[in-house]
Structure formats: structure tokens, C-alpha cells
Design a binder for this molecule. Structure first.
Ligand SMILES: *Cc1c(COP(=O)(O)O)cnc(C)c1O
Length: 463
């Protein structure tokens, strides 16, 4: 008998209480946070889907590993365990720990890029773009054609546009220090990139003598999608598929707070000896010593275990199924979401849901506020607040206005997801009453983290 219900492939050993709040309490909390969900106190949130980054639950094996952490400053045993686990998964020669993904980005970009350079990617994540722009380089997004149509169902909407990549490599010869591919494509809806696309991009880069670097934050989820969707891949293990993807590139940046299944950690992995040496020296400026990279020995132990656990098929099946479960419920009720559901998150298409709110009044931001106000759900805007401000200070609407509901790993159960669906459907019912917001204060870079807002017309929901 093959049963249909996909269950959480774990039992719960430790629990953390959720504090419930009333609508009045949430309205007060939202006002105190200047209508910015990043500025809320986390304990005022009922279901926290702000990010899947560093918010996962660790396994008993990871906690046990932490007890054997070696805290020696240099050459700790924990470093060699970490190095060997990461090398086993990625195959890269140089494994350089960092405290999280953006540190790996900063170290690579300040070591390998200069002002005037151009770095293509399927879609740059916000920290990736900001770190490139900080060294004066241009971050070029080359998403494939399917990616711009949120409602279109296609298997690999995370793919990089190969024609545009070739044009970029030809037109900007000498100015492209490396190309990148983000797996899965976080800012493009958590959509996967096919092995065929990675191979083709790799071949183009090789032909132009340009290295390829993977932004590998969700490499295991990407491998699972390839196993499910790409011809000829169904019988392979996620580990073998992931390794083939890594083999196509010359290195990777990684936030282990995602598919490393840890609360903090990351790494930069490279094959090039000279570049790795330069990056290690650069690391010492801000992260510490190259055998701990801003992490405790016990963090390296947790990462060494997590990066293997994440490739477990039962885990990946459950992980992808729980996100799809919410996606199916929303789709059945007519809520517009990016199709098909991504690996780590559901993205509500606020442009389609709230056509009466123009981009400069930030529809996705307004929707994320309403989800918190009505149901205590915290999500994140991926739209014109996050991406609207151009490097020259002008405003340009983002390609999409999305609200991302990111699932922490191994944290919430099916009843949490049922509650979520209920809250979202309720807000969908109120959508005609929702109004936009305006910025009252904003920093120049990564403004979504700290900007302050006011509702247009004084209220978020009109009668
Ligand atoms: C999270 C993330 C990063 C940055 O990693 P941090 O650990 O948050 O610094 C880079 N790229 C992608 C695709 C991400 O999802």
C-alpha cells in the first residue's frame, strides 16, 4: 500500500511556545514599527515567514555535534570536519568559512571585481547586488523569458537567459570578472534552474574564459526539483545531481543559513589557488582567521552535519510538499501566486491582487502589512521597496511586486500551514479596502530593512 499523505519526517523533541496577540495589539505593534515588519519584535509575530534564513530547527545530530566543537583559534578539528563535509558535497578545492552568505560575497567581490565591471546572474539577491554595487560593479539580471510571467507554469523558471548571457560576455569582453547563477532563484520566486541550463551557461563562460560562480544557498532544493522535473534525472540522488551542478562551476558563495540547516554560517568555495589566497587574506580583515571565518567551532560542526542532512530524500520530499500544499490551497481559492510554488516560499503576486495600488505606493508592502495586522503573519516584500531605488538615486518600479512567505526548515507543521491559508484568504477577501503606503524615511542602501512608512490617506484599510 502506497499511502498519499506526506508526513513530517521527524518527531519533535523540543518545543518553543508561540505568543498569541489580538488585532489591537498588532495594530499598536505595527505603528510602533513605523509600518516596517523588520522593525517588529519577533514575539509579536504568530507565524514568522519573514525568511527561511537561519530560522530552521537543528537536528539531534547537529546539537550533538556542537558539543564536540573544537574552539581552538587556528587549525581546530571542527574546521577540518566542516571542510571535508563541504568538499564532499561541492568538490571544490578551497573551502573558506564565513559568518554568513554576504560575507562570502563581500570577500569574493572585493577580491575579484573592480569599478566598471559587470556581473551577470539569473537574478541577483539583494545583498549580492548591494555588495557588487558597493565595489562599483554593475549587477546584471538576465532572467529567462518565462520568469517574467508570474502565472505561467513552467518547470525551470529560474533559468538564466542564455542568449542574453552570451551577448553580455561578447559585448563586455574584459569587463566580466565572473558570471553567477543563483540556485534556486530566490528573488525570482524560488524557482529552480535546470542542469541543462547550468551546463549551457558553463559552456558559454568557458568559451569566453570567464569563471562561473554559483550562489548555492538552496542547492539541495534545486537538486530535488531537477530530480522531479528534468528528463533522465528521476533515479539519481539529490547529492549526485547537486555535485554535477557544482562541477559545472568554478566555485560558489553559500549562505548555510538556508540549505546548510544552521542558524548561522556560510562559506566561499573556489578552485582557483591565487584567488583563494587573496580571499583568505581579505577574510582576515573582518571575519577572523581562515579556519573559523567568524564562526565558533560548534557552528562549523553543526554545518558539517547539516549540509549532509539537507540532501536526505525524505526531508526534501516533505520540504517541497509543505510549500506546495499552501500553494495549492491558495491557487484553488483564486489567490494570484507565482506559479508553480517555489522551493522555500510562496510568492503572492500583489500586482495582480491589488491592481488599484500603483507601484510607487508599494502594493506588496501594503499587502504584507495587512497579513500581519489581520493574522499575525510576518512575510517580506520583494518589490519596489526592495528594488525600486536605482544606484543613481532615481526610482524605477521593480519587475514584480511580490510578497514572499518563506518557510523556516523543520519548524512549522501542517496545522500552521492551514492557519496561514485561512489568514491569506481572509485578507484576499478584504483586498478592495487595502490602500498603499509612502516612505517617510529611508537609507540609501538596502532600505527595506530600516525604512519608515505612513499609510496613504492615513489608514491601511478603508471602510
Ligand atoms: C540569503 C541569501 C544570500 C545572503 O546570505 P546571508 O546569509 O543572508 O548573508 C545570498 N544569496 C541568496 C540567493 C540568498 O538567498
Amino acid at each position: 500500500m502506497q499511502f498519499q499523505t506526506i508526513i513530517e519526517p521527524f518527531r519533535i523533541k523540543t518545543v518553543e511556545p508561540i505568543r498569541f496577540t489580538t488585532l489591537e495589539q498588532r495594530a499598536a505593534a505595527l505603528a510602533a514599527a513605523h509600518l516596517n515588519l523588520f522593525l517588529l519584535k519577533a514575539e509579536d509575530v504568530i507565524i514568522d515567514l519573514l525568511t527561511d534564513s537561519g530560522t530552521g530547527a537543528m537536528s539531534a545530530a547537529q546539537w550533538a555535534g556542537m558539543m564536540s566543537g573544537d574552539e581552538s583559534y587556528a587549525g581546530a578539528r571542527s574546521f577540518f570536519r566542516f571542510e571535508s563535509a563541504v568538499r564532499d558535497v561541492t568538490g571544490y578545492r578551497h573551502i573558506i568559512p564565513t559568518h554568513q552568505g554576504r560575507a562570502a560575497e563581500r570577500i569574493l567581490f572585493t577580491s575579484a571585481c573592480k569599478a566598471g565591471d559587470i556581473v551577470p546572474n539569473n537574478t541577483h539577491f539583494d545583498t549580492t547586488r548591494a555588495n557588487l554595487e558597493a565595489v562599483g560593479a554593475t549587477a546584471l539580471d538576465l532572467r529567462c523569458a518565462e520568469a517574467t510571467q508570474p502565472s505561467l507554469v513552467a518547470p525551470f523558471k529560474g533559468n538564466i537567459d542564455l542568449v542574453a548571457l552570451e551577448r553580455c560576455l561578447t559585448e563586455h569582453k574584459g569587463r566580466v570578472p565572473f558570471a553567477m547563477i543563483t540556485i534556486t532563484n530566490n528573488s525570482g520566486g524560488g524557482q529552480p534552474v535546470s542542469l541543462a541550463n547550468i551546463h549551457a551557461a558553463s559552456a558559454l563562460c568557458k568559451a569566453h574564459g570567464v569563471p562561473l560562480i554559483l550562489d548555492a544557498c538552496r542547492f539541495a532544493e534545486n537538486a530535488w526539483f531537477i530530480k522531479q522535473r528534468e528528463a533522465g534525472q528521476g533515479s539519481r540522488t539529490p547529492a549526485a545531481i547537486a555535485r554535477e551542478a557544482f562541477d559545472c562551476a568554478d566555485g560558489c558563495t553559500m549562505s548555510a543559513k538556508k540549505d546548510g540547516l544552521v542558524n548561522i554560517g556560510g562559506f566561499l568555495a573556489l578552485n582557483n589557488d591565487a584567488l583563494a589566497a587573496k580571499c583568505r587574506n581579505n577574510l582576515i580583515l573582518t571575519e577572523g582567521f581562515p579556519t573559523y571565518g567568524g564562526l565558533a567551532g560548534y557552528d562549523l560542526e553543526a554545518l558539517a552535519v547539516g549540509i549532509k542532512e539537507v540532501l536526505d530524500e525524505d526531508y526534501l520530499r516533505y520540504r517541497i510538499a509543505s510549500v506546495a500544499y499552501l500553494g495549492d490551497k491558495l491557487t484553488a481559492a483564486g489567490v494570484p501566486i507565482v506559479q508553480p510554488p517555489g522551493g522555500h516560499a510562496i510568492y503572492i503576486d500583489a500586482k495582480a491582487m491589488l491592481p488599484h495600488i500603483p507601484p510607487h505606493e508599494f502594493p506588496a508592502w501594503a499587502l504584507s502589512l495587512a497579513l500581519y495586522l489581520e493574522g499575525g503573519v510576518r512575510s517580506v516584500e520583494i518589490g519596489s521597496v526592495m528594488f525600486g531605488r536605482q544606484p543613481d538615486g532615481t526610482e524605477k518600479p521593480a519587475a514584480m511586486e511580490l510578497v514572499r512567505l518563506a518557510f523556516p526548515r523543520r519548524v512549522y507543521t501542517q496545522s500552521h500551514v492551514d492557519y496561514l491559508a485561512e489568514v491569506i484568504l481572509h485578507v484576499h477577501g478584504l483586498r478592495h479596502r487595502l490602500r498603499g503606503v509612502q516612505l517617510t524615511e529611508a537609507p540609501e542602501q538596502l532600505r527595506h530593512f530600516t525604512a519608515k512608512f505612513a499609510p496613504i490617506g492615513g489608514r491601511l484599510l478603508v471602510d
